[in-house]
Design a protein around this ligand. Structure first.
Ligand code: KG4
Ligand code: ZN
Length: 343
């Protein structure tokens, strides 16, 4: 093998997934994700339980990632870790672990912004996966964020619009909770929606800035609608679950598309990427593909496993930073709040 091998270890622990990944020159060799089942019983992530589970998972997860990559840890060139944003207790586990391992191995550390990493997952070297050219717009949709970002270069990003209140993932999860579905409800709404009619029920869309979002009003609207109907028929949810889910999903996806259309009009940029956990949603994927033909957009949809939180996206961001000699030092601290345009 004549090409120099740059092996990067990525570590992700910002919320409720403990993940480690090894990349060679931007190609994923392993991507191990330990989901924390414990939160299901509570209907949402419990921060204290999340950080405890990270502590239990981190060593086996990193060990497995290195083993599956079939390398020796001494071959690693750098360790990239999520610095923020996220839950402080969770971030601290990954940060402390990354620091100790980098000291032990005598290799550099790279602090990664989780929101940038969701976007930069598009640059993972994958067969048949086209990479967006600069500048492009990225709709980042996750459980904690909803943003339209203008990406001018790997580390040059600008937020054009964002949510004023709830994130789109929360809109999915809270709607699911109202319907009595377990956490995280987004994937379940997606599943039932595929069997329902999206035009059955109408929900009011929010009125905010052209590129901004708001989901708290929609949540209240859905809650009132369900309460009213359940009063009249106690089996309303069970009898109409597929149509309710399809109508909720249709409204949310329409809101996302309205904002993307506005952003394309305002910026003139027609290269559109999506990122974050909600980009796993089948309807948004379908509608975006249709926009290629209908609107002349070029769309970029990440591989399924790189949409929800994972360490491969941290690894690719680390690799791109490595190529720019962009390292962090041991004093870098975890930061619960971190904007997409800061390092
Ligand atoms: O990016 P992510 O894994 O974690 C955060 O950084 O927040 O996103 C998790 C969110 C959850 O709200 C989950 O319900 C949502 O992504 N999600 C989905 C789907 N898959 C995951 N929402 C709608 N449809 C899906 N298929
Ligand atoms: Zn995330």
């Amino acid at each position: 093998m004549s090409e120099k091998s740059i092996y990067i270890l990525g570590i992700e622990s910002s919320c409720d997934d403990t993940s480690a990944s090894v990349l060679r020159n931007g190609k994923v060799l392993s991507n191990v994700v330990a989901n924390q089942e414990i939160h299901t019983a509570y209907g949402g992530v419990v921060p204290e339980l999340a950080s405890r589970a990270h502590q239990q998972n981190i060593i086996p997860v990193v060990q497995q990632a290195i083993q599956r990559a079939n390398i020796d840890k001494k071959e690693l060139k750098a360790i990239a870790f999520t610095r923020g944003p996220g839950l402080m207790g969770s971030l601290l586990v990954g940060t402390s672990f990354a620091k100790s391992l980098s000291m032990g191995l005598g290799i550099p550390l790279i602090a990664v912004n989780h929101m940038q990493a969701h976007i930069l997952a598009h640059f993972i070297d994958e067969k048949e996966q086209k990479k967006p050219p600069f500048p492009f717009l990225c709709l980042t949709i996750s459980g904690g964020h909803t943003q339209i970002v203008k990406v001018s270069n790997y580390f040059e990003m600008e937020v054009l619009g964002e949510t004023m209140d709830d994130a789109v993932g929360e809109a999915f999860d809270k709607s699911a909770k109202i319907l009595g579905l377990p956490y995280p409800g987004g994937p379940l709404i997606d599943k039932y929606a595929q069997l329902g009619n999206p035009k059955t029920y109408k929900f009011t869309k929010p009125k905010v800035g052209d590129m901004d979002f708001s989901f708290s009003g929609l949540k209240t609207g859905i809650l009132r609608f369900i309460q009213k109907n359940v009063q009249q028929n106690s089996n309303f949810i069970e009898e109409n679950l597929n149509d309710i889910c399809a109508s909720i999903q249709h409204t949310i996806v329409e809101i996302l598309m309205d904002k993307l259309k506005n952003s394309v009009k305002i910026t003139g940029i027609k290269h559109i990427a999506i990122a974050g956990g909600v980009s796993a949603n089948s309807e948004i994927r379908k509608v975006l593909k249709e926009a290629e033909k209908r609107r002349g957009w070029s769309t970029y949809i990440p591989k399924f496993e790189y949409t929800t939180d994972n360490a491969a996206m941290i690894g690719i961001t680390g690799y791109l930073a490595y190529l720019e000699n962009n390292f962090s030092n041991i004093n870098t601290s975890a930061t619960a709040r971190l904007k997409v345009d800061s390092k």
